[in-house]
Design a protein around this ligand. Structure first.
Ligand code: 3AM
Length: 190
């Protein structure tokens, strides 16, 4: 049974930049740059027939290309930090694309995603990390400059069945319409 999720890829140049932020927290498992992604809809472990339905219905997405902006660093988990993330600006184009994926997955009978969509790129997963160390890490990386990149497609990724985690494999890709995002390649948002 494949474990699937839809996502936006992070361009290599941006991944290289993000990879410079690795290190400095005990108990952190830093994501390999080639596995950086922005999850849109986690689908989970499903049978091959449903996987084909997922791949098929996503073909009907008809949306314009857009820009994704990484705005800064943060963490998930509060007092029990579990991830270091790059925050992503929740633009209407991104939110609407994600919402369409959600509707489509429900249309083919998958259960609704209970969690609110908080767009992000995970940089590290944490286990038993110190709150103070995480706070120090985030404050010393305060120089993170906001950066944008164009998005001209989204993808259906598979990860290791039942286990999750990389390497992630692109099972299918879906173009977005037009050149809106491409005109401003890697423009700094600030
Ligand atoms: O890498 P990020 O943080 O974007 O956290 C998992 C990962 O997100 C998330 O799906 C992405 C690809 O594995 N994920 C894993 N299990 C999940 C679940 N049960 C989940 N998201 C929602 N529900």
């Amino acid at each position: 049974m494949p474990r699937l999720f839809t996502a936006i890829e992070v361009p290599k140049e941006i991944g290289t930049m993000l990879s410079m932020l690795r290190g400095g927290i005990h108990g952190a498992r830093w994501i390999d740059p080639e596995n950086y992604h922005l999850t849109l809809r986690f689908i989970g472990d499903i049978d091959d027939r449903t996987a084909n339905e997922v791949a098929g219905i996503l073909d009907f997405v008809e949306r314009p290309s857009f820009k994704v902006t990484l705005t800064g660093l943060g963490q998930f988990g509060g007092k029990k930090p579990r991830a270091i993330i790059a925050s992503v600006q929740p633009t209407p184009a991104l939110i609407e694309l994600q919402a369409e994926h959600e509707r489509m997955m429900q249309r083919i009978g998958l259960p609704a995603e209970g969690r609110r969509f908080t767009p992000h790129v995970t940089l590290a997963r944490l286990r038993d990390a110190s709150v103070i160390e995480v706070a120090d890490y985030l404050s010393t990386r305060g120089g993170f400059r906001s950066v944008s990149f164009p998005v001209s497609r989204f993808v259906l990724y598979s990860s290791r069945a039942s286990q999750g985690g990389g390497p992630y494999i692109v099972e299918a890709d879906y173009p977005l319409r037009g050149r809106a995002g491409l005109e401003q390649r890697y423009a700094n948002a600030m």
